[in-house]
Design a protein around this ligand. Sequence first.
Ligand code: C2E
Ligand code: MG
Ligand code: MG
Length: 564
Amino acid sequence: MINSKHIQRPQQVLVVDDQEINRDALGIILEDHYEVLYAENGKEALDAMRADPDGLSIVLLDLMMPVMSGFEVLKAVRGDEQLGRIPVIVLTADKNAELQALQLGAADFITKPFDVPEIILARVGRIIELSEGRQLISAAEHDALTGLYNRNFFFEYAHRLYQYHPEDRMDAVVMNIEQFHTINAVNGRDFGNDVLRVIGDAVRAFLSETHGIASRVEADRFDIYCVSQPDYAALLKRFQEKVGGISPNVSIRLRMGVMPWRSDVEPVMQFDRARTACNMVRGDYQNPLMFYDDDMRRRELFNQRLLNDLRTAVEDRQFKVFYQPKYDIQSNPPRLSSAEALIRWDHPELGMIAPGDFVPLFEGNGLISVIDSYVWREAAGQVRRWRERYGFTLPVSVNLSRADVFDPTLVDRLVRIIEDNDLNFKDMKLEVTESAYTDNAKELLDVIRRLRRLGFEIEMDDFGSGYSSLNMLSDMPIDVLKMDMKFVRNIEYSETDMVLVKLIIDIARYLKLKVVAEGVETKGQLDLLRGAGCDLVQGYHFSRPLPPEAFERLIERELETERG
Ligand code: C2E
Ligand code: MG
Ligand code: MG
């Protein structure tokens, strides 16, 4: 429907077609709304455009014409600063020509035989509106590095294909490079750019064989909108082989997410979902390809629900802190030495929710700080109450997220919590996950050093889960290494894993760090770890994380054993 503001003064439309019947058909549709001029071939069209470039609001251009074709007009217009500002809608019956026309800078296309008048009017009106708002898509809208479309153009274009060609079942494919920032940091930006170019070339080569368009929408994210492919694994492999050939010394891994065509999902949403799928396989080198499916949809709805419910959850105290003991295994029998505070969400309708289901979600939007503060306060209060009750202090470790570490009020918040509960700094240990150390290290290390100077003990959590290397450790201001669970899991069966564990323990000892093994579930694992010199152990073998009352029974049993 055309908006009345577009017809305040009659705008000029130039209709270019060699067939009289087409000119008449369009004239009848347009003449009530616009002042319509006519041309019979490309040359006449250019003359009319040059005669009054500012007066013309839009050109409707046939492609196949004698004397001078529409393509030639597009080429001429594209190179001309003044004429280039006049939007052109291409009139065509040939889909391939359409793509070419868009690539040459046409703003839209109308298919022959002509659509119903309302649609033509709406499209003409919309393109004029876009051009007057200076949002006109021009052929210059390419990403200079890869030659692919830039984001805006790509989505505009994808949307048109979706809108006007619903019979083409177009899939959304998102491709990403694993750890691209690390590749850049280690090998330099020029190398990083080479990688992006190679991918751009490979994507363009692919699109020359199939119907589709592509964009580098941001740093290392490539979006491809293409007719459904029979084998995406093969496609990913094909791209992977191209980047694999760039340098024998650098391992570059791609991952891919696909959201298949659905008539009711428009491209922006379709690509959001493809990206969700792509992010699901981040770091998963075994399975770098993922399709968006109903599970993910449920997951997204679930996440949305949790985000909505957070506020009431805090107010209604639905978050519960559980405690899991850590045992000193170098004493015989092992002695309870401390505990880790682990959050649970006791949701009134969804039941007990594990942190793995919501911590990453709230890390994404920074709300995790709210939860963490709550946990720290609870944990500190618990240490004080146990001290009052049992006459000794059982230190508790709490988890810090990235968002906490970069919060400028962190140190003050922690100090207040310690003071309010009349604790010593060493009574509340701080666990910082290894992955937090990998980027923005300087800022992080400054904060950690401040905390340590105050007397907090710092434990590096999940050590070995990410990309930090052993040699980074020597500069780290930390007191304790918490070895990631994956090292412990197979030590009873895998010689290699056991060797790794020993290595980590030896290096830690050399650096005067204590080692905690997490996820210890069996007596066999415990014995091997003790033999290797591991200091502390946490895991189901001793106890699952427990609510405070259950943990108290554990303390009491411990006290009895010591006495008796
Ligand atoms: P984490 O800090 O590495 O905590 C250890 C996780 O291992 C806990 O999972 C614990 O229940 C689990 N675990 C302990 N022993 C065993 C075992 O023998 N076998 C197995 N399979 N698992 C064991 P949980 O409680 O689900 O917490 C998961 C992660 O969520 C934590 O990993 C931590 O990164 C995060 N988290 C938990 N509470 C908080 C919190 O208050 N704040 C923040 N920011 N993150 C938290
Ligand atoms: Mg932890
Ligand atoms: Mg851990």
